[in-house]
Design a protein around this ligand. Structure first.
Ligand code: ADP
Ligand code: MG
Length: 480
């Protein structure tokens, strides 16, 4: 296999989060009953006319902006003609020669490092309905709710070379569309779908090999696996002297295989022509700038800020920018507390664990800014230990947003307020009870200090400030 290089290009369809469809005022809710969101326009009745949804255009432009694409200011739609039962008009309204966004890139991180994957285009189009074959042995059911839903198709250049890169690319797209709020990124519900084009060629060759296209991969895991097995299959076909046919394949997740659904000897002829029922449309640079101004700080920009301005580790910054709501919550308090590192630890440790256990998400957190700031001051100033704060305070604060951490620490008697004399007594007690460890320490095993501090914390029931205990312990233990 190492003789060959794989080449991968992905086509990703993202359903835009608009109130109504691309060309009609029908609703877009996923939980609608079958054929509930179907007006005569969606059903393609004679005499009906489509009307462009301005919001869909805005969302498509936003995606182009975050991908550094060129935004095309002169646009028209095209008719892509083909017959299918789930396409009631007999054609799909799409963009052919004038995609709304041209070029661009998606930045990915893999075990091999970071790089940009080049985009060819992002264009707008309407979705088809859904043919349902698995509810009856003889009949196919048709649900037209999806017909006319607004999609963008994000087409990459044949610019990826491993399954890991393909997975990282799709992961990044999902993160971006969610981050800027243009698509919910839900792959199980089909709001984000992916087709993978894969070919292999001899290493060093610049000519592309014949590709196969694996359709409708509905999770990142499936994409990764399908690309892996397809690369292997293509390599062994070439090794055994076979010619690769350009074909469309499907992935069977249960069997873990791909199988051919049709060969594509010639490109299909869709008889594209400019859509006569929709006027071409133009927009200005001012409009593009307005949309740019609405964009939030992007994950990469937040990452940079957290590392450079807040002094967090790249590991913490990476985690905090996984999710937009998490990042917003972090930022909201980070700008008003000096204890930024403790704040990151609080969110990524105990708060995340609490949410996971409860199956809740970051948006569900209702704790007020004041309460967070008090909480962090208690921890940051050493009035209460981080473990006490996480185990005793946080669950109460997160379950009941009215709980004031200042009152809670008093009520639960959690303040590390023991005086130095009191702590000295605990220190003496601990040293006396551990002669073996003390001897080891004196022989040079300085790492044992943590154990002694922990013991003092235990006997003091959390009332001894570990900084003070450490000092007192060291002054006795380091005596000659
Ligand atoms: P279609 O819509 O007919 O599938 P396109 O020519 O628009 O075709 O290509 C779709 C995708 O296939 C693009 O992402 C492109 O990068 C990728 N692609 C094209 N040729 C190859 C190839 N030889 N190997 C891998 N990917 C390819
Ligand atoms: Mg294709």
């Amino acid at each position: 296999m190492h003789k060959y290089e794989a080449v991968i290009g992905l086509e990703v369809h993202a359903q835009l989060k608009t109130q109504s469809k691309l060309l009609a005022s029908d609703g877009t809710n996923f939980d609608a009953l079958p054929n509930q969101n179907v007006s005569p326009i969606t059903l393609g009745h004679p005499g009906t006319l489509p009307k462009m949804n301005k919001e869909a255009i805005a969302l498509a432009i936003k995606m182009g902006l975050v991908c550094a694409s060129e935004i095309s200011t002169n646009n028209y739609f095209a008719r892509k003609n083909y017959f299918y039962a789930d396409l009631p008009k007999g054609y799909q309204i799409s963009q052919h020669t004038t995609p709304i966004c041209i070029g661009g890139k998606i930045h990915i991180h893999t075990s091999a490092g970071e790089r940009d994957i080049k985009l060819t285009r992002i264009h707008l189009e309407e979705d088809a309905g859904k043919s349902i074959h698995d509810q009856d042995d003889e009949l196919t059911f048709l649900d037209y709710n999806r017909a006319g839903m607004p999609l963008i198709e994000i087409v990459s250049e044949p610019d990826m070379h491993t399954a890991e890169e393909a997975a990282a690319y799709l992961t990044q797209i999902r993160k971006l569309v969610r981050w800027i709020g243009i698509c919910d990124g839900n792959m199980e519900e089909g709001s984000l779908r992916c087709d993978a084009n894969i070919s292999v060629r001899l290493k060093g060759s610049s000519k592309l090999g014949t590709r196969v296209e694996v359709k409708n991969l509905n999770s990142i895991k499936h994409l990764k696996h399908a690309v892996e097995i397809e690369i292997e299959r293509l390599c062994s076909l070439i090794d055994t002297g076979h010619t690769i046919l350009q074909e469309t394949r499907s992935y069977d997740a249960d069997a873990g295989i791909t199988f051919s659904i049709r060969t594509k000897e010639d490109a299909e002829d869709y008889r594209y022509f400019p859509e006569p029922d929709l006027a071409p449309f133009k927009f200005t640079q001012t409009y593009i700038q307005e949309l740019k101004d609405q964009l939030p700080l992007l994950p990469e920009e937040c990452f940079k800020k957290y590392v450079e301005a807040y002094g967090l580790s790249t590991y913490d910054a990476e985690q905090l920018t996984e999710d937009k709501s998490l990042s917003e919550l972090f930022e909201k308090i980070a700008i008003i507390t000096t204890y930024k590192k403790q704040w990151a630890n609080t969110l990524l440790g105990p708060v995340r664990a609490f949410l996971n256990a409860d199956g809740r998400s970051w948006e569900n957190i209702r704790v007020s800014n004041d309460h967070w700031v008090s909480f962090l001051s208690l921890v940051g100033e050493g009035k209460i230990s981080f473990s006490q704060a996480s185990q005793k305070l946080l669950p109460l604060m997160l379950s009941d947003a009215s709980s004031d951490p200042m009152e809670l620490v008093k009520k639960l008697d959690l303040i590390q307020d023991a005086g130095e004399e009191q702590i000295q007594q605990w220190v003496n007690q601990v040293i006396a009870s551990m002669p073996d460890k003390v001897a080891e320490y004196k022989k040079g095993k300085k790492g044992l200090i943590g154990l002694f501090v922990g013991e003092v914390k235990k006997v003091s029931k959390g009332k001894a400030d570990p900084k003070v205990s450490t000092q007192l312990l060291e002054s006795i233990l380091n005596e000659k």
